[in-house]
Design a protein around this ligand. Structure first.
Ligand code: B16
Ligand code: MG
Length: 218
């Protein structure tokens, strides 16, 4: 099958918003009387808001009512939004713009596949929106990664067969979503954690679209 589209995750692939999620969740944890580490935060990458809260409360040994959980998710998001309000194009990760440019020049279609409900604001603040023919984010999907919905919807909107898509992901849950969608996945980050990929690199600056196409075909 000829590669026809690249589907990109947002946080950890094109921008680093994980640091802002960490600051905001940590502020909540501290207000509830406990703390967690940067290493623990790694487990929250690509994981949706509701599930992230459950994991963090588990770390602190806290049991909250649904009303309290709603309150803290709302509060965390308000803190997070104050951080991303100041984002700008300088926060695009190294190599991402050049990679998108080359992808477009090769005639491939491009979609976003993010778990975040804040993706539209991040795309606008960083000036990335115009690269995507389709944006699938936490506002339009009902099942979070590792469910394949986010990437299957991206393929559908681009009118491309799932088998003709390649996914770029930094999170284990996202890598599994690609796998469940039947799409080859390029891992961005730590090769020890992202094992089920066609290749894993530290960032988009280390690869080219041409190299990925060759790899998929081989
Ligand atoms: P929000 P991605 C994910 O973005 C983040 O990696 C994850 O940490 C976050 O909890 C999730 O979005 C939901 O984000 O609270 O803004 O809706 O990696 O899928 O682009
Ligand atoms: Mg991610």
């Amino acid at each position: 099958m000829k590669v026809a589209a690249f589907l990109f995750d947002l946080d950890g692939v094109l921008v680093d918003t994980a640091k802002y999620h960490f600051l905001a969740w940590r502020k909540m944890a501290n207000a509830l009387g406990f703390d967690f580490t940067h290493e623990q935060n790694e487990q929250l990458k690509g994981v949706g808001r509701v599930q992230s809260l459950e994991i963090i409360l588990g770390w602190g040994g806290k049991t909250l009512s649904q009303e309290e959980k709603n309150h803290w998710m709302h509060q965390k998001n308000a803190w997070y939004q104050t951080f991303i309000a100041d984002m700008n194009p300088d926060e695009i990760l190294p190599g991402a713009l050049a990679f998108l440019e080359k992808t477009k020049a090769l005639g491939l279609k491009i979609a976003l596949g993010s778990a975040s409900r804040n993706a539209p604001v991040i795309l606008e603040k960083t000036g990335l929106r115009h690269w995507f023919e389709a944006v699938v984010d936490g506002n339009v999907v009902s099942a979070s990664k590792p469910n394949p919905e986010v990437y299957l919807k991206g393929a559908e909107l681009l009118e491309v067969a799932p088998t003709a898509c390649v996914v770029f992901e930094d999170a284990v849950s996202g890598m599994e979503a690609a796998q469940n969608a039947g799409m080859p996945c390029v891992g961005i980050g730590n090769a020890d954690q992202l094992s089920n990929t066609i290749i894993t690199v530290k960032g988009l600056h280390q690869i080219t679209p041409e190299a990925i196409i060759t790899l998929v075909k081989s």
